[in-house]
Each structure stands twice: as structure tokens, then as C-alpha cells.
Design a protein around this ligand. Sequence first.
Ligand SMILES: C[S@@+](CC[C@H](N)C(=O)[O-])C[C@H]1O[C@@H](n2cnc3c(N)ncnc32)[C@H](O)[C@@H]1O
Length: 339
Amino acid sequence: MTAPAMAAEFDDVAGWTAEAVERLGPLGRRHAIPAACRGSASPAALAWLAEACELTAGTRLLDVGAGAGGPAAWAAERFGVRPVLLEPMPAACRAASRLFGLPVVTADGRRIPLRSASMDAAWCLGVLCTLRDKAALLGEIHRVLKPGSSLGLLVVVARGPRISPAPAGNHFPTGAELTALLRAAGFDPVEEIGHPGGAPRSWSRRADQVAAIIARRHRTHPAYALAADQDERFARLFATGQVAMRLVHAVSRPANGHVTHGGTMTTPTGDHEFLREFETEVQAELDMAEASLPQEAAALPPSEWLYDPADVERDEIGLRDLLGAAEALDQQPRPGEDT
Ligand SMILES: C[S@@+](CC[C@H](N)C(=O)[O-])C[C@H]1O[C@@H](n2cnc3c(N)ncnc32)[C@H](O)[C@@H]1O
């Protein structure tokens, strides 16, 4: 992530945000969280992710690409989680630490300096599209999460093959690519939705007040123009429907070899309970795939596809095979059982 426009957006603006909040004095405490949510997350989006990930008091939440720390601070305030922030941009790290006093690790998400299986949950909001090597980032998040832990993602996905005007340094995955990346990294996607709604006026007013202070103080700085141009490009992509927001909840697959989504079941001697649980999970995924009505999507022009219907149909076939295999195994007698 080296584009000057991204350094402007993620480092300079993050530093200016902390400075602007501090200029507001004690009043600024209510402005800090909305102003420091830089991945376009609204309180509704954060609440959906927090509920999906079942965050509770004391959950050790790793926020990868935490920026100036708004989302992690929101989760700490509303859900009592204990966040650890990871962010490569130095000014953003200083901003998060100054604004919220939360622990911040300055590092790249592709090499997370934390022990394996040390975190209870992770968020990664607005980050995946900013780097090419998404697999490395997701692989590292999987490594540091305890097996079975939740990952909450906010991802800007491409709705078609061509994106114009592309914001510098961004590489948007399609919905199908995102699902494949998650599975390959060891996550099972559980649920996803589009953006659950904008922020209330009270929230955006506070963010806008901070933005106005930044504009007054820095509008002549070259980094300001670069960041503003990035924002405009994003706004145009959303307005023209070329990209869309996705909130995704995925669960880190235990590395116990029970199941792989390539369709291989490696526990033929596993017990009925495990198989029933697995059948329920596969059935839920199948229901989700069927509910997305790939046949109807295929009848639309490709520019209107929200996902590639061929991918969903392939998924459906794989899931039906998997379900059949699980049911067959479940009906087999176990050693010592009466036939
Ligand atoms: C759109 S901002 C979102 C910030 C924050 N998650 C939020 O929602 O407010 C994207 C963030 O991803 C960070 N980022 C980019 N590449 C990264 C990487 N390789 N590892 C970790 N973070 C990265 C950027 O520095 C930036 O802070």
C-alpha cells in the first residue's frame, strides 16, 4: 500500500482528525468516534457486526487496519470488549492512541506480531480492497484467532469487471472472490448483508464538524487534495452502482481436519453429534445460496449482477454433494452400535 493518495487518506487525514477533535476541547469527546470511523461504518453497521460476532464484555477483539480507531473504540464503549488495534500507518496509530488510549500495534496485517490463537474475535473494516494480497492478510487473521472465533468484515465489493474512476491503490474483490478468499484462508462465511442503513444525523453532524475543521486548517496541503479526490472517486463508484458495501460474518474453521469445503470429509469415524451439526451448517449455507436465486440473476444483464450466478450454482452443487455425503455417513453404524 504505497500510493501517495492512500498515505494522504489513511495517514495525514487520520493525524489531522485527532488534532481537530482535540481542538474541540471537552466537547470533542463525543466527536471522536464518528470522526474516527474512516471505513464508512455507521453505528447500524457496527452494531450488526458486533451482534453477528457475539461480542461481549471482555472479548479480546483484534481490529486489523484499525485506522484512527473509531470502530474499536465504539465496540469498547458499547460492548465492553478489550480491543487491540493493528494499523501500519504511524500517524493513524498515534491518532488512535491519543483519541482513545487503546493499545495499538504498528504493523502490517500480513505479518501480525501476535501469538497464534491469542484473540477471541477480529474485525477488518474497509481494509481488504486497499491491498492486493488479501489472502496473506486473511491467513494471518486466521492464525491469530482462536479456532471457532468470529471475523467481522466490511468490504467494498466490485459489482462488475470494470471500475472507473478507480481510486488509487484499490483492488475491489467481487462477492464470489471474497467468499473464495475467506474459505481458502480457513474461514466459513456464515452470513452477509448489504449496508444496514446510514448514520443518524447526530452522528454525521459530529463527523462533519470535525471534517470542517480539517478543511479550514489543511485544505491547501497537497495531501488534502489527494484524499478529497479519493473520497470523490469512491462516492462516484457507489453512486453509479459499480461497487457496493458488504458486511460479512465468518467463523474461523478449527484446524482439526473435520471438514473442508472442497467437499472432503475426513472424519468417517466422527460421532453423530458432529455430523448432525455439520449437516445443519451445510443446509443453512445451501438455503442461503438458493435464496439468492441465481437463475433469476442469470436472466439479468451482467452489469446488474450483484454476484456471479454461475459461482452460486457451482456452490449449490458442491453443498448438495457435501450434504449427501454427511447424511450417508450419519446413517452408517458406528463400531459397537447395533445394526
Ligand atoms: C478505509 S481505512 C479503514 C480504517 C478503519 N478500519 C475504519 O473503519 O475506520 C483502511 C485502513 O486499512 C489500513 N491498511 C491498509 N493496508 C493494510 C495492511 N496491509 N495491513 C493492515 N492495515 C492496512 C489503512 O492504513 C487504513 O487505515
